[in-house]
Design a protein around this ligand. Structure first.
Ligand code: NAD
Length: 249
């Protein structure tokens, strides 16, 4: 089957679906200018995730993360806008087709595109949390403090600030994980978009959906370890695929 035929098949699957769940990863936001971890141009080719994305390293040397935030993460995120794939998902939700977007992304772009029902498995880097008093601050407010001191102090209690995200070595929020697992069990169609499906436990969620009888679709540029289980695999850019199916579904 060629890509055009696959998109037609996806259109039919979505049209027939009553309980559609999306599961998104960094590839969804690649076309918004936010680098992925893996795949061509991925962040891991330039920065060391064992330092900026690991809780043990963060606690040992938080200034490494905050320097990365100042030099890389904030400048990219502050200007990032949702792309056609984010808007297509928001449109599917508006039409009552999409019952939940489960995302591994920490960029908040689905919500900026207008999606209301988003399950953030790995948190959201637009919020910064104090590990001492638990207050949360918008990232822009904390960015202003970075010229004075790295790591920055909590504006309220001078405690240690951390992005409100799940770093490697931390547990996923149990309520969000439960919500994602329940949706995976209940849905009739589960569509993975832009994820390498190698980060666990998140990558287990599509397996749950498939084992409960859902149609499993994977839209990703590169192959994933779950391709063999999927009913349909489309190796194309997320925006090209989703903007082709959303209009008529
Ligand atoms: P990943 O980086 O492991 O894999 C991304 C996948 O997307 C790759 O397999 C690549 O082939 C594919 N891809 C790249 N561009 C694409 C496009 N335009 N259309 C379709 N597919 C495309 O990402 P992941 O599976 O989400 O990895 C998990 C971790 O990365 C998560 O913990 C997440 O928090 C973190 N992360 C998030 C962001 C973000 O929030 N935007 C960015 C980088 C990493």
């Amino acid at each position: 089957m060629n890509n055009k035929e696959k998109i037609i098949q996806l259109h039919e699957i979505i049209s027939n679906s009553k309980q559609l769940v999306a599961f998104t990863g960094a590839g969804l936001s690649a076309e918004s200018g936010i680098p992925t971890y893996r795949g061509a141009g991925g962040l891991w080719s330039k920065y060391d995730p064992s330092k900026y994305a690991d809780i043990n390293y963060f606690m040992q040397d938080p200034s490494y993360y905050w320097n990365f935030f100042k030099e890389v993460r904030y400048p990219i995120l502050k200007d990032a806008q949702p792309n056609a794939a984010h808007f297509a998902l928001a449109e599917l939700e508006k039409r009552g087709k999409l019952i939940l977007s489960i995302t591994q992304n920490i960029d908040g772009l689905l919500q900026i595109a207008g999606q209301k029902i988003v399950c953030e498995l790995h948190g959201n880097t637009r919020k910064i949390k104090c590990l001492n008093c638990n207050k949360k601050f918008p990232m822009g407010e904390i960015y202003q403090l970075l010229d004075e001191k790295l790591p920055p102090d909590c504006p309220s209690c001078k405690g240690l600030l951390k992005p409100d995200v799940v770093l490697f070595g931390e547990q996923l929020p149990q309520d969000e994980l439960n919500r994602a697992q329940q949706a995976a069990q209940a849905c009739d169609t589960f569509i993975v978009i832009g994820s390498s499906l190698v980060v666990y436990p998140a990558a287990q969620i599509p397996v749950i959906a498939k084992s409960k009888g859902a149609i499993l679709v994977i839209v990703n540029i590169d192959p994933t370890p779950l391709d063999g289980e999927a009913d349909l695999v489309i190796n194309m850019k997320a925006s090209e695929v989703l903007s082709s199916v959303k209009m008529e579904s």
